[in-house]
Design a protein. Sequence first.
Length: 305
Amino acid sequence: MLIAITSVTVFAAVTLLVTALRTRQVDPVAARLRAVQAGIRQRNPILEQPFITRAIVPAASGIARFLMRLMPSTWLQETERWLLWAGNPVTLPGFVLIWAAMVIGFGLCPVLITSSSDASPVVVIIAGAIGVAAGVFLPQFWLRMRVSERQYQTRKGLPDAIDLMTTSVEAGLSLDAALVRVAEYQAGPFQDELTRALQDMTLGKSRRDALEEICERLNVPEVLNFVQTVNQAEATGAPIGQVLRVQAEQVRIGRRQAAEAQAQRAPLLMIIPLILFIFPSLFVVLLAPVALTIIDLLTNNQVFR
């Protein structure tokens, strides 16, 4: 028995020794040389990316950073706040780059057009100034319109979200589960920000801080009132279902009042198209026959004389 065990051990040792001697460590330099000799080129992963990603994006980022150093810090902070309220459609460097491109483009196009038509220098300067002004204010106007639209969509969908939250809480779910249900089954700016808040809560942030950050990102008074009421109810131990039902009713009343105020503004807004388009057409239809008749009578009297 001992002889058999010894024989197996010696056989295994010899086999492992022979295998180790026959196995050679691969030299990376030699492998690279063999690959080059065989015509195989190992490409750099950076070179495999598109040209826009490799060249244009870093250059645009450098230009944007240079422009941001020239801008006032107060303007940059205000613009960043408006971008946050708009849902960050672009980054702050991207917005600065777009703003600079529009200023240059809107400023140069009228100058080139007027200078090519042999206009006077005063006309060229006025056209360039108007183009620069348009390039300065159009991006800001677009950003503010984006914020207004997002706030309108938030006010429009907030009552339905609170109703679903109320129904879920009264059905026995916790407030966190009700927030998850609203984020899953509804769509809108409030639901998107709620999804982000739930992700922050998953990473360890408290519910109070996550909900307060929703108010900062939306800048809607109704959302601020809702968050403050929920946090206060949680702190005082009030029944959250009843609080949510009262909040839903208040938000719905506010939405109805806003719709009524907008309806009352409609007659005032209709005055401008009435004066510019409808009244001139009525004057032409009503007064043109009378004017033609008067002209005909005056002409006939002139002929009889």
